[in-house]
Design a binder for this molecule. Sequence first.
Ligand SMILES: Nc1ncnc2c1ncn2[C@@H]1O[C@H](COP(=O)(O)OP(=O)(O)OP(=O)(O)O)[C@@H](O)[C@H]1O
Length: 322
Amino acid sequence: MTWSNLHAKVHITLRKRQLLPKKERLLVAVSGGQDSLCLLKLLVDLQSKWEWELAIAHCDHGWPTDAGMSDHVQQIAQSWGIPYYLKTAHHLKETEAAARKWRYQALIEIATEQGFSLVVTAHTKTDRAETFLYNLIRGAGTDGLSSLTWVRSLSENIWLVRPLLEISRSETYQFCQQFNLSIWEDILNQNLKYARNRIRHELLPYLQTHFNPQVEKALIQSAEILRSEGEYLEETAQQWLEKSLSEDKIAIHRQILRGIPLALQRRVMRRFLTTVLSKAPNFEQIEALVNLINAPNRSSTFSLPGTITIEVQGEWIRVSHL
Ligand SMILES: Nc1ncnc2c1ncn2[C@@H]1O[C@H](COP(=O)(O)OP(=O)(O)OP(=O)(O)O)[C@@H](O)[C@H]1O
């Protein structure tokens, strides 16, 4: 086997960050594009050192534009002797958001059915910069901007691991050329109807040319700073939430939160609302709750989806279900 710089780089990252433990069973998410083929080849080549058991998961959106893609990945799996698991969508809406949501669900299903606790994707450093811009435009806070971390949970006992976050897309392309990997050219990646593609093909090159040739590096640096600050704020917010929460966990004490900075008030309220709504609240809902911290007694009430009402009762902000 030829050992390249990328093999060494990824091997060191895996060792330093302990991302994929020895002898683990890994479900590799392979779309057939340059990034995931590069990831697959790297893991196959490093397998003897780490003694992993590898399998491939592929998600077929069932769109006409995807025709042939799953067969291509299956052929690679066959010729490399790797187990292959496929999920195919039926009547999936042709939008980025629908595809993304369905894909993660499909990956969780394959992992659950086949007993994998680690799913590995080929997100790169370039994806990280693109995600930063994408989320910035959509009004994300610190957490959204610092997303695409090395590991995140997909479900209670399934983890998503991204070992290529220090590798750029041009490096994965060169690697595929060097090892003659047959990349599936996804025509959807060229379609400028999708915001992600406009960021990749238009916005980032524009920023590189007109603002900062190192813009990718700069965005990743910001994401990294925000990630560590976000972690600190989240931990602190959790402590304030625990201090201010009633025993039955449906009310929060206003006085305790009055003296803390707005950044923390927002995070405490976001955490509180997440448990009440069983999903992430939006910015307006969080702000409405923050405003109740200083509202006069009994002056304020507001309703949330699912017949939930939140009102001020003396020093408490209380949730009630109608
Ligand atoms: N059709 C697919 N089948 C299996 N795995 C896929 C498929 N599409 C993407 N992946 C995996 O997900 C990784 C990220 O791909 P992509 O950036 O297109 O997905 P995304 O879901 O939009 O990512 P993000 O989580 O950043 O929004 C790929 O490198 C690959 O590992």
